[in-house]
Design a protein around this ligand. Structure first.
Ligand SMILES: NC(=O)c1ccc[n+]([C@@H]2O[C@H](COP(=O)([O-])OP(=O)(O)OC[C@H]3O[C@@H](n4cnc5c(N)ncnc54)[C@H](O)[C@@H]3O)[C@@H](O)[C@H]2O)c1
Ligand SMILES: O=C(O)C(=O)C[C@@H](O)[C@H](O)[C@H](O)COP(=O)(O)O
Ligand SMILES: [Zn+2]
Length: 427
């Protein structure tokens, strides 16, 4: 066990003190939950004087986050005859497949075999409905006249990921006479997936749920693992549930219509996956970032597959984020503060997470847990991915402090952060 107590000027305008307990390892880059107490700082970048305070002053105990065993939980099958890959999220009797491939929406059986009852409510938004709704309705109903499909088309944007919009979903569900055997199908990015999943988890105390993600962000991350949520004005994703879908269907062809900015945003989570779990994957990303930005189908398919495998493995080990799953939150404590601080939707999720990872890497460096070379590599790959690497000018120390104090990783008043630690020369 290593005990570390340190105090640092941060980034360079936040100042913290730490106490942490970690276990050593010779494996890959490791992440550690650390307890954080706010320390005083001298001035903001904008010149005003701020004095920080402890969120909690009593001694803290940190939770070491263990690396999963290589065999940990998920299975991947790649078909020889087609480009279909199936990543299994292994959760006992709630296990489900993540289908990944080009043109999968042309094949009705992938969706139809996971329908429980005869009614489906497709939850989507104004942008995606005009692109893919007809295709999904066809996939749900072709050669299957018993299936009836209702739709609810929500306004587009993170700023609508809230209770008011959720009520529109319930309204449609009730008016359409959905019952407990009905299926909620999320067609869209992470905003739609998170809201639709939350609606499914609470409608009549739980209906069926299918994810059809259409952004890189949703295909590499949000459609796998069962975190659902809406935002609160005071914090991101504060109201939600863990609720797994019956299946996730990733038709990579849907990415052809995705904007470059959204593509980059999704790549932030791919980069996160490499950093937290797979040094070779991170190296592969460094070598293939241009292919990813050009939407090279092979590069994109590999990035989705590997990210889903990593996520499925972590979720299978720790569905409810009692331990190891928290490493998927690398960069998110700072990132969520940015999303909330600048106003939901002003910064994309992946943009905020990119800066959050830079901030977390900076803390890791100051603790002596990673070296300058890795910090530089993180900056470089994020810049190549056309992602920001500095916090927005408007975010003051007080804003970070107050927003981060409601982070879901706060335990008994103490904020816990996920940081990188490299043992050996794995990265
Ligand atoms: N549950 C989880 O584990 C998890 C993981 C990561 C992110 N998230 C959440 O996901 C949200 C971000 O998701 P996102 O980045 O997908 O944003 P998003 O859902 O807002 O989608 C981004 C934009 O792309 C548009 N769009 C979607 N698919 C498209 C397509 N194929 N072609 C053209 N345009 C398309 C959308 O209409 C939207 O304007 C955040 O709320 C974040 O908190 C959740
Ligand atoms: O699935 C997880 O676990 C993650 O942390 C994935 C994150 O990329 C995602 O943004 C998630 O919604 C964040 O979770 P939260 O619990 O911090 O809201
Ligand atoms: Zn995320």
């Amino acid at each position: 066990m290593i005990m570390a107590f340190s105090s640092y000027n941060f980034n360079p305008f936040l100042s913290f003190s730490f106490s942490s307990t970690t276990t050593t390892t010779t494996l890959l880059p490791r992440l550690y939950s650390i307890k954080l107490k706010w320390k005083s700082r001298t001035s903001t970048p904008f010149g005003s004087k701020v004095v920080g305070s402890s969120i909690r002053s009593s001694p803290t105990q940190s939770i070491p986050v263990e690396s999963p065993s290589p065999s940990g939980g998920s299975k991947t099958m790649t078909s020889n005859s087609s480009a279909l890959t199936i990543v299994e999220v292994d959760l006992g009797n709630r296990s489900y497949p993540v289908y990944i491939g080009s043109g999968l929406l042309h094949h009705p059986h992938f969706l139809q075999k996971h329908l429980v009852g005869k009614k489906v409510l497709v939850v989507t938004n104004t942008t995606i409905a005009s692109l893919y709704l007809d295709k999904v309705i066809d996939a749900l109903t072709r050669d299957n006249p018993e299936i009836s499909v209702e739709t609810v088309i929500l306004p587009d944007g993170e700023k609508y990921k809230n209770m008011e919009t959720l009520m529109k979903v319930f309204q449609q569900a009730i008016e359409s006479r959905l019952d407990r055997r009905s299926t909620f199908l999320a067609l869209g990015g992470g905003v739609i997936g998170d809201m639709c999943g939350f609606a499914a988890s609470t409608f009549m105390r739980g209906a069926s749920f299918i994810q059809v993600p259409t952004t890189v962000m949703a295909q590499v991350d949000s459609s796998v693992g069962g975190k659902t949520a809406i935002n609160h004005p005071l914090g991101k994703n504060l109201i939600g549930s863990f609720y797994q879908p019956q299946c996730t269907l990733i038709d990579t062809d849907t990415l052809t219509t995705l904007s470059d900015r959204e593509l980059s945003s999704g790549l932030a989570e791919v980069i996160k996956c490499g950093l937290i779990m797979d040094a070779d994957f991170f190296k592969w990303q460094e070598e293939n970032i241009n292919a990813l930005l050009a939407k090279n189908p092979h590069a994109i398919a590999y990035a989705i597959k590997r990210s889903c495998e990593i996520k499925a493995q972590l979720v299978s080990l720790d569905e409810m984020e009692c331990g190891i799953r928290a490493i998927l939150n690398f960069g998110h404590t700072f990132g969520h503060a940015i999303e909330n601080g600048v106003g939901y939707g002003q910064w994309l999720h992946g943009e905020a997470i990119a800066v959050g990872m830079v901030m977390a890497a900076d803390l890791s460096l100051r603790l002596g847990w990673i070296d300058e070379t890795l910090v530089k590599r993180i900056h470089t790959i994020l810049e190549h991915a056309r992602l920001p690497t500095s916090p927005p000018q408007c975010m003051t120390f007080e804003m970070f402090k107050s927003i981060m104090s409601v982070d879901k990783k706060v335990a008994d008043g103490v904020l816990r952060l996920v940081l990188l630690k490299v043992s050996g020369s794995s990265l």
